[in-house]
Design a protein around this ligand. Structure first.
Ligand code: FE2
Ligand code: FE2
Length: 167
């Protein structure tokens, strides 16, 4: 049985994951509109991953005989100055996610909810990966700067990455 405090925090994290999915879908649209379809498919894959994260928490709440409370999802930003700005926003989002996962892990510990802590361990490992790709992409787009051929090369590279991970 979940303590109400933990149940609330899990429902809040469920909403965070759904918000992240919505943001990545908005980023997908931004790239699609500019025919940068490699980056678009990479972001689409991220949106799908976040949806899976939300479902993991959804299932955990039910596994523990809790109540899922779906909340409204905030409208995502859809206007970005550059591909780099999109990935910078993704990096900020992932750093925020890491923080909220860590806070939830701490809260579960304080409340002797070891099952929730065990479930969250997967997320803690996942966030290391999530921050890494976002930071790397910002770095690579810095290297590309205003060079359009470099940008197109990176677009192809991220498209291949998405295809690889989807396979
Ligand atoms: Fe996530
Ligand atoms: Fe993520």
């Amino acid at each position: 049985m979940l303590k109400p405090k933990i149940e609330d925090a899990l429902n809040a994290q469920l909403n965070e994951e759904q918000t992240a999915a919505q943001e990545y879908l908005a980023m997908t649209a931004w790239f699609e509109q500019r025919n940068l379809r490699g980056f678009a498919s990479f972001m689409r894959a991220q949106a799908e991953e976040e949806r899976q994260h939300a479902l993991k928490i959804f299932d955990h709440i039910f596994d523990r005989s809790g109540h899922v409370q779906l909340k409204s999802i905030a409208e995502p930003a859809s206007d970005f100055d550059s591909p780099r700005a999109v990935f910078e926003a993704a990096y900020e989002r992932e750093k925020g996610n890491t923080k909220s996962i860590h806070a939830l892990y701490r809260l579960a510990g304080e409340n002797d909810d070891y099952a929730t802590q065990a479930m969250l361990q997967w997320f803690i490992t996942e966030q290391v990966e999530e921050e890494r790709w976002a930071e790397e992409a910002v770095g690579l787009l810095d290297v590309a700067a205003d060079n359009r051929s470099a940008l197109l090369m990176l677009d192809a590279r991220y498209g291949a990455k998405a295809a690889e991970e989807g396979a």
